[in-house]
Design a protein around this ligand. Structure first.
Ligand code: GDP
Ligand code: MG
Length: 444
């Protein structure tokens, strides 16, 4: 999606006159891209109509920065689509809240429950986990294992088959223990499940004090066009109040999030970005949309880089990047960081170029080996070669010398230089970019 949208905007910006025809072509291109990215047809059509209303061609003709006007309109429109207009119920620290997780089997509920508990625990809450999944064999063990790892109290049973009974018992017990965030994990089995959830919610309602304060719909980002119907089905059986989109570390750009918000009229509150406990982020509309548009997530990147790159390295690195001087030495240093710090791999996966090609998810070992190989070759380079941003410098005799020096094939050196060129090209687009302050968005 990001690629095609960027391309569409690029094509438009190459046209000297932006008239209705060009605008339409651009919108059609974006429409196709959004549909491919699993955004529901109706939503795409609405967006198209709105953009046309917002973007006044006369303004464009008179305005100086046409491209910016259209980009901004698209950006704002996507942001609006992710904003249901009212915030979700937010639990308060020190005051007991019951939060129930719902969603299809395999969507990531159990994993996300623990992430959610762990996230709050780190902030000083007293969370607890209740396993009300009595369908799936091993469900309780899975939750128990997660909870133990995070040192979070848990409740469940191997014997009891009534999920409602377990939920009630668990909630009652943890209320007594003064837990302020009681998280109920449920099973997620299709239609049968929808009926069960209804029963469960109704039962909890009857008990009144046990009514869940919030039901979170957990959605796998890769479910495709099914997102809208699925979200709607859950909304009809439980009072869904918030959405968490999981597996955002995979290939999906998360277009389904737009559908989930539209279907549940609830905001996305977190995203899951991996299988581990801390691969969990507060959902932030603007960086999400800028990522959707393929513009790189600058504010997220800045926050992360503050965490993982030693402070004294930052100003220089950022200065160099904003100057558009992506040298081989910068690539080398970033490779070092990736290998040393693990999590920075995630940081760079948010930036254009560093994600899919260089470090495909699930093939980390291979990527690491490749990065190490590249670095060995770069160790045979001179300072002049490392610091130059002139691609012509790397002539045949230099390439042969580097291959000999590192005991590698000429072909491999060329491959490494190709990789550098690819990254440099992407980064050259960042030239002149205002370096955002922490938490500030400036992707557009
Ligand atoms: P449930 O059936 O809804 O409870 O789903 P689980 O929590 O058991 O998760 C199903 C699978 O998805 C497990 O293998 C999880 O490790 C995986 N998973 C969950 N969230 C994420 C995520 O954000 N990223 C990735 N890559 N995998 C996830
Ligand atoms: Mg589960």
């Amino acid at each position: 999606l990001g690629g095609s949208i960027s391309r569409a905007i690029q094509q438009m910006s190459n046209a000297t006159i932006i008239d209705e025809k060009v605008l339409n072509e651009c919108l059609n291109e974006i429409t196709r891209a959004l549909l491919q990215s699993d955004v529901q047809f109706k939503l795409v059509r609405d967006m198209q109509t709105n953009i046309k209303k917002i973007v006044n061609l006369d303004d464009l003709a008179a305005g100086h920065n046409k491209r910016k006007i259209i980009q901004q309109a698209i950006f704002n429109e996507l942001c609006k689509m992710l904003d249901p207009g009212k915030p979700s119920f937010t639990p308060k620290k020190g005051k007991t809240s019951v939060v129930m997780f719902v969603g299809l089997q395999g969507s990531g509920k159990t994993t996300t429950c623990t992430k959610y508990a762990y996230y709050h625990q780190k902030k000083g809450w007293k969370p607890a986990l209740v396993c009300a999944d009595t369908f799936r064999a091993g469900a309780f063990d899975q939750l128990k294992q997660n909870a133990t790892k995070a040192k979070i109290p848990f409740y469940g049973s191997y014997m009891e088959s009534d999920p409602v009974k377990i939920a009630v018992e668990g909630v009652e017990r943890f209320k007594k223990e003064n837990c302020d965030l009681i998280i109920v994990d449920t099973s997620g089995r299709h239609k049968q499940e929808a009926a069960l959830l209804k029963k469960c919610a109704k039962f909890l309602k009857q008990r009144y004090i046990l009514k869940p304060d919030l039901a979170i719909f957990v959605m796998d980002s890769s479910i495709g066009q099914a997102a809208f119907d699925q979200a709607q089905a859950f909304k009809q059986s439980v009072a869904v109040g918030a959405v968490i989109v999981t597996k955002m570390d995979g290939h999906a750009k998360g277009g389904g999030a737009l559908s989930a918000v539209a279907a549940t009229k609830s905001p996305v509150i977190f995203i899951g970005t991996g299988e581990h406990m801390d691969e969990f982020e507060v959902f932030d509309v603007k960086p999400f949309v800028s990522r959707l548009l393929g513009m790189g997530d600058w504010s997220g990147f800045m926050d992360k880089i503050h965490e993982v790159v030693p402070m004294d390295q930052q100003p220089e690195l950022l200065q160099k990047l904003s100057e558009g001087n992506f040298t081989l030495r910068i690539m080398y240093e970033q490779f070092q960081n990736i290998l040393k710090m693990g999590p920075i791999g995630q940081v760079f996966s948010m930036l254009p170029g560093f994600s899919a090609e260089l470090m495909p998810k699930g093939r980390e070992k291979e990527s690491q080996a490749k990065i190490k190989r590249y670095m060995t070759m770069m160790d045979s380079m001179t300072n002049e070669e490392l610091d130059s941003s002139n691609p012509k410098l790397m002539n045949e005799s230099r390439i042969m010398r580097i291959a000999r020096g590192s005991g590698r094939q000429v072909r491999e050196v060329m491959e490494m230089l190709e990789e550098y060129k690819r990254l440099a090209k992407i980064w050259s687009k960042m030239k002149g970019l205002k370096i955002p302050k922490k938490g500030e968005m400036s992707a557009l």
